[in-house]
Design a protein around this ligand. Structure first.
Ligand code: SF4
Length: 353
């Protein structure tokens, strides 16, 4: 059994290996043995920690747990789970291949488990499209654009004959995105009834974990350009001097406090529009510190019911909370400058001034 395929089960060669090792999937699932247990762990850990956890010591179990986890995610059939699962597989793979590629010691025990850059590039149609360059690598514009998403713009990037220079870290991030796309591809998939029956208890377990999940509360950076559309709209209304209704002000202030803004910073934002600054500061003060842990902004469902869900975009389809939107946007963007380090006003940053 190829250990490398167990560590990287999204590789195309792994599909064939699953067929050879797995035999009858219906029987495998009905058996409920280690591959099913590890599949549940893969999915639950993606919700709890944002990774798929440590690999099982038995490579066959590890390999077979991947298609079972995909079936489980498909049966739960929630966009937020598909997104988090694909992110978690990609994050885990990124850690593994970064370590593999950084570590050029040929330890006997690890021989055959490590992936090479050449193989990764070939897997994702990047052979001949990534080359060594003086400062790291260069990648063709077409593949750069397809993998970098809208947040890694070409602005300020030197372009030469259709190539874009990227650092090693950026190349690793592009490969992570390629893995994320590969994992998300085809999810949710159709699952035969017999397999669905065999996974009924596991599906119920994941559904209940999903229902209990509170929104994320810790973020690496405050990046106003990544705020969800509802929050951007509320900020625009404030800057135009509109006196927000209580529920809208609460949604905005609690979001800003969740970002780590203090009462003074919130007050400064409302002062620009000239309305409601004192109330907002008071609210932020009460929500701050201890309150921050207790009061998250309203969920998307509540925002919609109150008329505060405005201009939802594609990412909104995959989340259920404005803070989850922001977390997903940050994940997709990679490294972004923190608003506090760049200075200026949040409103100016949103309007591009
Ligand atoms: S779906 Fe949620 S995050 Fe998106 S605009 Fe509506 S409330 Fe905001």
């Amino acid at each position: 059994m190829d250990r490398l395929l167990a560590r990287y089960p999204f590789l195309s060669a792994a599909r064939e290996a699953v067929g050879e090792e797995g035999g009858d999937m219906v029987a495998l699932v009905a058996d409920g043995g280690p591959p099913v247990e590890r599949a549940v762990e893969r999915v639950e850990t993606c919700l709890r920690e944002g990774t798929v956890g440590d690999p099982h010591r038995d490579p066959r179990t590890e390999l077979l747990s991947y298609p079972v986890a995909r079936a489980l995610v498909s049966l739960v059939d929630e966009p937020v789970l598909v997104r988090r699962y694909a992110d978690a597989e990609a994050r885990t793979a990124h850690r593994r291949f970064t370590a593999d590629l950084d570590d050029d010691r040929e330890l006997q025990s690890a021989r055959g488990q490590r992936i090479s850059l050449r193989r990764l590039l070939a897997e994702f149609d990047l052979s001949g499209k990534v080359e060594d360059a003086p400062e790291g690598y260069r990648i063709t514009v077409g593949r750069y654009l397809s993998l970098s998403g809208e947040d890694w713009r070409l602005v300020a990037r030197p372009l030469a004959d259709g190539w874009v220079p990227v650092s090693r870290e950026e190349l690793m991030a592009l490969l992570r995105e390629a893995v994320r796309e590969r994992v998300a591809e085809g999810l949710p998939q159709a699952v035969p009834e017999e397999i669905a029956d065999g996974l009924a208890d596991e599906v119920a377990g994941v559904e209940s974990l999903l229902a209990d999940r509170s929104p994320p509360r810790e973020f690496d950076a405050v990046a106003p350009e990544l705020f969800p559309p509802c929050v951007t709209s509320l900020l625009a209304r404030v800057s135009e001097g509109e006196d927000l209704e209580h529920h809208s002000r609460f949604a905005l202030v609690s979001f800003l406090v969740s970002m780590g803004l203090d009462a003074e910073e919130v007050e400064a934002i409302f002062e620009r529009g000239g309305t409601g600054a004192e109330t907002a500061a008071y609210q932020a003060e009460r929500l701050g510190d201890d309150g921050r842990a207790a009061y998250a902004p309203p969920s998307c469902e509540a925002m919609e019911a109150l008329g505060d869900c405005v201009n939802p975009d594609d990412r909104c389809e995959t989340i259920d909370h404005p803070l989850s939107y922001y977390e997903a946007a940050l994940d997709d963007a990679g490294t972004v400058p923190d608003w506090r380090e760049t200075g200026g006003s949040i409103l100016d940053r949103l309007s591009g001034d």
